[in-house]
Design a protein around this ligand. Structure first.
Ligand code: PMP
Length: 325
């Protein structure tokens, strides 16, 4: 136990002074991240009864401008996640969006960043339930670069764990406790030598990555599992639909067999953290010629231009939050 904890503690101590002085929103105020603390008796800590979002903000070095990506869409999903968890009473989408933009703005980031708003059960009590508990929310932001490789294509593998079914824990709600499931998948994949997991549903269809949605290309058509295949209804996934429309690439939502991935022309993962991440292989089968395929390349280029506010057709995706002198 002690040896497992030691490296993590050392790593966090090294990065602590800077991180502690970042600005976050906590209990109704903008405070230092180092001062935002909850009791170990907090229900969300005891049982994972919180919901969250991950929002990226991109630094545009030419304009010296930080752009937040699709904040409103994330807040709408956060409110839906909260509703599923019986935490419906929240600030409006506009008020919540403003708090996210304020947190990003107050940190004066001049690099890519990641913002996490979360709504959590704040009652300090033992007892497994969702009803009759208080809730609160926080918003934090930290600097963050690429989460997985976005250029050369990554090796992936299917895992023995199955994506939690919506009849066990709602798939379309980003519930903190439910992330133990993708954590098992990601770790199994990585310990088996892959960069990312491909997770199947209980009936063996492809669901998604550990924290990414999945697309494959067959005969020029983009295909992705439908929202009833235990996926998170990804905001990047919806963005890929929009990009595909812009580029004139047909898209189909349908169930995907694992073996279809082995013979797909192209496969890529997408998500706020992962962005657009081409897949080089699945279970040791090369995808295409193991290099990033032409459709993935086109989509990826459009995505990375869009998120930094460089494409007029996608300006509605970004909100300017901070400009340096
Ligand atoms: N699936 C899961 C399980 C995730 O955690 C994420 C990341 N939020 C995604 C898919 C991708 O969703 P989004 O594009 O909204 O970030």
């Amino acid at each position: 136990m002690v040896t497992e904890h030691a490296p993590a503690a050392a790593a966090s101590a090294a990065s602590k002074p800077d991180q502690d002085s970042l600005v976050c929103y906590f209990q109704g105020d903008y405070v230092r991240l180092g001062d935002a603390k909850v009791s170990i008796m907090t229900h969300a800590f005891l049982y994972g009864t919180a919901v969250f979002e991950g929002i990226r903000a991109y630094w545009n070095p030419d304009e010296k401008q930080l752009y937040a990506l699709r904040v409103k869409e994330h807040i709408v999903r956060l409110r839906n996640s909260s509703k599923i968890m019986l935490m419906a009473e929240l600030p409006s989408v506009e008020e919540f969006t403003e708090i996210v933009l304020q947190v990003l703005n107050k940190n004066h980031f001049q690099e890519d960043a990641y913002c996490r708003p979360s709504v959590y059960k704040s009652t300090q009590a033992i007892g497994v339930k969702l009803h009759g508990l208080t809730h609160d929310f926080y918003v934090l932001a930290i600097p963050m670069g690429d989460y997985i490789d976005t250029e050369k294509g990554i090796p992936t593998g299917t895992v023995s764990w199955r994506r939690t079914s919506d009849v066990s824990i709602p798939s379309r709600s980003k519930i903190t406790g439910s992330y133990v499931n993708p954590a098992f998948s990601k770790t199994e994949a990585m310990l088996n030598g892959f960069d990312e997991a491909i997770v199947l549903t209980a009936d063996g269809h492809v669901s998604e990555g550990s924290a990414e949605n999945l697309f494959m290309v067959r005969d020029g058509t983009l295909i992705t599992p439908s929202v009833t295949d235990e996926i998170l209804e990804g905001i990047t996934r919806a963005g890929i639909f929009e990009i595909a429309g812009y580029l004139g690439i047909p898209v189909k939502e349908r169930s995907i067999d694992r073996s279809e991935l082995y013979i797909a022309d192209e496969v890529f993962l997408c998500g706020t953290g992962a962005q657009v991440s081409p897949v080089a292989s699945v279970d040791h089968r090369a995808i295409g010629d193991s290099r990033v395929g032409p459709i993935s390349k086109q989509i990826s280029k459009t995505y990375f231009d869009a998120v930094r506010g460089r494409l007029p057709a996608f300006r509605h995706w970004v909100t300017p939050v901070y400009k340096s002198e």
